[in-house]
Design a protein around this ligand. Structure first.
Ligand code: ADP
Ligand code: MG
Length: 675
């Protein structure tokens, strides 16, 4: 067995179960082993059924004093058993239960107890011998993400079997590295994550997994050539004065930081080697115009330039704003928009293949096979954190060593950025346009609602627009929180005469575009939306961002959402509704209230999470590492970088480390990482 073995080779997983696992993205042994718990709970102390005084999860001590009854039903066999003290249990597909529960013996049943009159019931409890249970009592129990057809118990059982398949042959990390950094071997690490012996075990196990995530990512980037020695610049560019000329015709002056970033890019474009540059700038710092100027500079020489954005709405908006800038600059150059829902693609493909000097804007559609470019000399990826490394590479591969620029609003300190974006140069736009007034923030509870509505009305009456964000698309039984449909209805009721529409990610792209376009054109006053509008949208006339259930969002998301306002010269406002009724979350929101600076917020976020945050196991989300958190685990990131550096210095082709080389080539996919 190895990481590539299909999961059906694990004991207890048949074709049917394998199909269910596919929905979780689990196909191979290596996948399930790295299907990490989303949380842990503790195995509770085992109690007598008489001590169960409320519904909930318990470990109940029982003695079997009647026979187990098997009942055939349409879907299979149900096993039922009664225990002393009025406990009834059932197990679906329970054929095996009579072989497990023996008359007169004691067991511990673990699961949810519900009340039905005087009776207590458990459905599908896990059965332990008292001895086995005493060994896990008080320990963390993994809680996995689930999908229909699989329970946490089944997954846990499958995981035990999966771990049993792991032996020393699974280790790919050189022993000297494990020793040097004091890391667990892979088997101990995986068992420690899924079935920790105690919290210390979990912590050390996590360290190894975090180290691996950074190490493998860094190594694969360095090996893949993304960061290999620089490629020669084969493109001839216009005089630099052309860029000056363009700048002079802009309706505003570039900020000093924009100017420096543009200079960096122009240096690259005229340099000996191609550009491979990250432009990092907080929301609203004006990255788009820098990108556009670079594109115009390149297309002036007759080359093509492409800008890739993560959503259709954003791509469309970029195309629009580029067209309007071109008008102001008195430049006649065609802007091609290419997204999934673009009509008449064939003709566009033809055009892109034939015509030099085009400005091409689009979504992932830009990297589909059908698109062939004509002297593509510059590729730019906007909101790069929404793309996988592979997609970025794919765009660059569309040209012959084109200049490569990625733009990001994710604030990370430079020391970490140079490691994460190994081999890339970095320009930071750390300045907002001078005409911006700082956004005014407030954190409020539901009692403020009438005042908030009056405030919205007032802003609309003054010709401005507003966003209202809700966490949910529609009312749901599983999670509470405001949803866009009900919120829009509520606002409509309370604000007569105001034009209100809503938007969410499950709508058809054409409908989304339509609403966004109308909002941008000022035909809609209030846009109620889920976080789909978080990415990059620019409507400078919008002055209010009102966020319902702000306590449910991460600080980074909230900061991005807030960045949708304060993009013009009017005073803007952000209203965070804390609807939790709990004071604790206010502290987080307080950070946002006090600062509009993305870097500072990221730093505070880190401090607040502290090391104690649920055993430190959480998904970082932002970068797509499964377990590693770039901020929280920054010291591990630097260690991994050091380890990779030393390894490649002595063994650049990994010839002395064939196992690691194979693992990187066969089992590792950097495409999942989305920096
Ligand atoms: P982001 O960095 O978040 O992508 P954008 O590029 O969308 O920001 O710019 C936000 C808004 O600021 C746009 O309306 C843009 O035209 C405007 N803008 C950009 N640079 C300047 C500047 N130097 N002075 C005034 N407004 C600017
Ligand atoms: Mg942007």
């Amino acid at each position: 067995m190895n990481t590539q073995s299909p999961i059906t080779s694990i004991k207890g997983i048949g074709d049917k179960t394998a199909k269910i696992y596919e929905k979780l993205g689990v196909y191979r042994l290596g996948d399930i082993l790295r299907f990490f718990p989303r949380d842990y709970c503790l195995y509770p102390e085992a109690v007598d059924i008489d001590d169960v005084d409320r519904e909930g999860v318990f470990a109940v001590k029982v003695k079997v004093n009647t026979r187990v009854v098997l009942k055939k039903v349409r879907t299979g066999v149900i096993a039922a058993a009664d225990f002393a003290g009025g406990l009834e249990c059932v197990w679906f597909n329970g054929n095996y239960i009579p072989n497990v529960l023996h008359l007169g013996y004691q067991y511990v049943l673990y699961g949810k107890v519900t009340f039905a009159g005087l009776k207590r019931k458990m459905s599908q409890p896990v059965i332990y011998t008292p001895d086995k249970y005493s060994r896990i009592e008080g320990l963390p129990r993994p809680v996995y993400h689930l999908t229909k057809g699989i329970t946490n118990n089944t997954l846990t059982k499958n995981m035990e079997e999966a771990l049993a398949c792991v032996d020393q042959t699974f280790e790919y990390m050189p022993q000297e590295i494990l020793s040097e950094y004091g890391l667990y071997d892979i088997k101990s690490a995986l068992s420690g994550i899924h079935f920790p012996k105690d919290f210390e075990d979990l912590r050390i196990a996590r360290d190894r997994i975090v180290f691996d995530e950074f190490f493998l990512f860094n190594l694969s980037i360095r090996l893949s050539g993304l960061a290999e020695e620089k490629k020669h610049n084969i493109y001839a560019m216009p005089e630099k004065s052309f860029a000056e000329e363009l700048k002079g015709k802009l309706p505003f002056r570039l900020t000093g930081a924009q100017d420096r970033a543009l200079d960096d890019i122009l240096e690259d474009l005229n340099g000996e080697y191609i550009s491979n540059r990250l432009i990092q700038g907080d929301v609203g710092s004006g990255k788009t115009i820098v990108a556009l100027l670079a594109m115009l500079y390149v297309t002036e020489s007759g080359y093509q330039a492409a800008l890739m954005a993560p959503t259709e709405v954003l791509a469309e908006q970029h195309a629009e704003s580029i067209r309007s800038f071109l008008e102001k600059l008195e430049i006649e150059r065609e802007v091609i928009l290419l997204t999934g829902s673009t009509k008449g693609k064939k003709a566009l493909y033809e055009k892109i293949k034939e015509e030099p000097g085009l400005l091409i804007v689009g979504t992932h559609a830009l990297i589909t096979e059908a698109v062939e470019y004509n002297h593509l000399a510059l590729v730019i990826t906007d909101e790069q954190h929404r793309f996988g490394v592979k997609q970025r590479e794919a765009l660059a591969a569309k040209g012959e060593t084109p200049h490569n620029i990625v733009m990001s609003a994710t604030p990370i300190p430079r020391s970490l950025a140079v490691v994460l974006y190994a081999g890339m140069d970095i320009s930071v736009i750390n300045e907002l346009p001078a005409d911006r007034l700082p956004i005014k923030n407030c954190v409020v509870d539901d009692g403020y609602r009438p005042a908030a509505y009056r405030f919205l009305k007032n802003e609309v009456d003054n010709g401005h627009q507003a966003y209202v964000i809700c966490p949910l698309v529609e009312a749901s039984e599983d999670s509470d929180g405001k949803n866009v449909a009900d919120e829009a209805a509520e606002l409509t009721k309370n604000l007569p005469g105001v034009r209100i529409e809503y938007l969410h990610g499950q709508m058809k792209p054409a409908d989304k575009n339509d609403i966004m376009t109308r909002f941008a054109a000022g035909e809609i006053d209030i846009l109620v939306s889920t976080t789909v509008i978080e990415v990059g949208i620019n409507v400078p006339n919008a002055t209010v961002m009102m966020i319902e259930n702000a306590e449910k969002f991460g600080l980074a998301t909230l900061h991005q959402l807030r960045g949708r306002v304060g993009r013009g010269n009017a005073q803007s406002y952000c209203i965070f509704f804390n609807l939790s009724g709990k004071p604790g979350t206010n502290e987080r929101l307080e950070v946002l209230r006090q600062s509009n600076d993305g870097f500072k917020i990221a730093e505070e976020d880190l401090k607040q999470r502290g090391p104690g945050d649920f055993f430190g196991i959480r998904q970082s989300g932002e970068f797509g590492f499964k377990m590693a958190d770039v901020y929280q685990d920054s010291s591990m990131l630097l260690k991994a970088d050091q380890a990779v550096g030393r390894l490649l210095a002595t063994d650049p082709g990994l010839n002395a480390h064939p196992k690691l080389r194979n693992y990187i080539q066969e089992s590792y996919d950097p495409g999942e990482i989305i920096i």
